[in-house]
Design a protein around this ligand. Structure first.
Ligand code: FAD
Ligand code: SF4
Length: 498
């Protein structure tokens, strides 16, 4: 534990969690000599699920850079490395020890985004012999309960009306009469094309952060991780200047094709026109409104080169989906985490941990997840997620994999996307129908099938694409739960004819 200077004994201990690295927070506007900021690397967080090595490394590297930044800004900081003998390895143990050691009379924490941590800190705060306060992170555009209030009394919780309300509330992409720019709220129909090679795919901006000390520590401390990391070249942004650089790279080189190819998949590129900003956003190094405003600013100066559907498609992800998912999480937790609408109990196939499968689409999505800790949305949803649901994998196992494997995986956003959108385990709260598809969809949206050991056209036989028979078997198996869903009924008429 780094000793905080004794000159001004701190009276307030302020906790900053690993995904609360928002240097623009009002806490940091003034230097307060009687405040001690605490950040800690703890086994409680490394061990609750098995994480990708890049994820643990990137979080620790970013936390360390943030602590240094705060010190440079003149704040008093105590940072507990994972291998520090004084580290009690849980939030309660460390906070209680710090309060005692520094004779603090007050404890403040930023509201956690995970239910688990929220409960833990609430209980801890209740039992502490000092005054306590929970403070907003000043990151999101909605409060935890805003979405629940928005849908109060409604039976369905669709993203679209929420998104439109957000556009109006924040005056985003509206004309003088408060109508949507371009005459429509949604340009999805013009977007979501397969990659046709008409636009060159820009090279992703990859940082070369040296993290060998952290990787060494993780290994020596025996933390169980998986996946690949290059200790001399961690590609993810670990501080705010890098996060801003990544944003600039996106708006200047990828935004112009973002919407068009947002659902495309190609073996030529692992990130296509996606921003890869999710880690910077989820650690709060960068603010969602900052991202939206910067993208709109660049679009306004280049409306000939960047069409409205590109910027609308991007804004929708952050202003719409991201806030919506967070609201759904708080609305449905804690029951959400154990929902299992289809009563699935199958194991996750071994190749999710190795990529060793002859299905080219699965191999590509899993292999890049293991090497880069990243897959873009449609790979997560329509390849690995689609397969897990069709194959009847227990949503607990699916959740654990998604929570471990991605650089951006934090439960408030992972869970509604996995258990809700992808696995339909909530029975249709997040999605109106299960996101399942046969080999034909993957063929239409990717160039994977051409190089596959299986044939996307075949439904039976040794060469048949596994997605096909699994797809129809899924509908047959769950007829009693699905046939009454309006958008699904048609599938049964086709199946019955077949
Ligand atoms: P872009 O395609 O460039 O999109 C821009 C930003 O929009 C993202 O950075 C993200 O902040 C936001 N966004 C886009 N789609 C979503 C969405 N569905 N929900 C919330 N925000 C969205 N996202 C996470 O941040 N963490 C997760 O753990 C996570 N798990 C997922 C699991 C599954 C099964 C699925 C289907 C999706 C998951 N997503 C998750 C959502 C989405 O896939 C990622 O946000 C996105 O792929 C991140 O890459 P990007 O930054 O290049 O995104
Ligand atoms: Fe995937 Fe089937 Fe296409 Fe092979 S044929 S890449 S398994 S969709």
């Amino acid at each position: 534990m780094k000793k905080a200077a004794k000159k001004h004994p701190p009276t307030t201990l302020r906790l900053i969690l690993g995904d609360q690295l928002n240097e623009q927070h009002s806490w940091f506007r003034r230097k307060e000599p009687d405040v001690l900021y605490a950040l800690m690397e703890i086994r409680q967080e490394t061990d609750y699920v098995k994480h990708h090595i890049q994820k643990v490394t990137a979080f620790f590297a970013t936390m360390r850079a943030f602590a240094e930044r705060l010190e440079k800004m003149g704040h008093r900081v105590v940072y507990l490395e994972l291998d520090n003998p004084a580290n009690g390895q849980t939030l309660p143990a460390n906070i209680q020890a710090l309060i005692k050691e520094h004779r603090c009379t007050r404890f403040e924490y930023l509201l956690p985004d995970e239910y688990r941590l929220d409960q833990q800190l609430r209980e801890l705060a209740d039992g502490l012999p000092v005054k306590t306060a929970a403070v907003d992170t000043e990151h999101f555009l909605t409060n935890r309960q805003d979405l629940e209030r928005f849908f109060d009394g409604k039976k369905r919780f669709m993203m679209e009306p929420f998104y439109r309300m957000m556009r109006k509330q924040h005056q985003i992409l509206l004309d003088d009469e408060h109508k949507p720019l371009g005459g429509k709220w949604n340009f999805d129909q013009r977007n979501r094309n397969a990659y046709d090679g008409k636009a060159a795919i820009p090279k992703p901006l990859l940082f070369k952060n040296s993290v060998s000390d952290i990787v060494h520590m993780i290994r020596t401390e025996g933390i169980s991780t998986f996946g690949h990391v290059d200790p001399e070249r961690l590609i993810w942004p670990i501080n705010r200047p890098q996060a801003v650089k990544l944003l600039q790279h996106f708006v200047n080189s990828q935004l112009k094709c973002f919407g068009t190819y947002q659902d495309a998949m190609t073996a030529q590129s692992w990130s296509l026109f996606h921003s890869r900003l999710s880690f910077a956003l989820n650690t709060k190094m960068i603010h969602p409104m900052e991202v939206i405003r910067e993208a709109i600013h660049v679009w306004e100066r280049n409306t000939k080169a960047i069409r409205i559907e590109q910027i609308e498609g991007f804004v929708r992800q952050i202003l719409g989906w991201r806030e919506y998912m967070r609201g759904m999480y708080w609305m449905l937790m804690p029951d959400f985490a154990s929902m299992n609408f289809f009563e699935l109990h199958g194991p996750l196939p071994d190749y999710y941990w190795t990529g060793a499968t002859r299905m080219k689409c699965m191999h590509e999505a899993i292999h890049q997840s293991l090497t880069q800790a990243y897959a873009h949305h449609i790979q997560r949803l329509m390849v690995t997620g689609n397969f897990a649901l069709l194959a009847g994998v227990d949503p607990d196992a699916v959740d654990a994999w998604y929570l471990g494997v991605y650089i951006d995986a934090v439960q408030w956003v992972e869970l509604p996307n996995t258990r809700g959108m992808s696995q339909f385990s909530d029975g249709g709260k997040v999605a109106t129908k299960p996101y399942v598809a046969s080999g034909r969809y993957i063929h239409a949206m990717s160039d994977y099938c051409g190089e596959c050991a299986y044939d996307f056209r075949e439904k039976t036989g040794a060469k048949a694409c596994p997605f096909n028979s699994l797809y129809w078997a899924f509908f047959e198996r769950h007829r009693n739960k699905l046939a009454s869903i309006p958008r699904i009924g048609m599938m049964y008429r086709t199946w019955d004819k077949m």
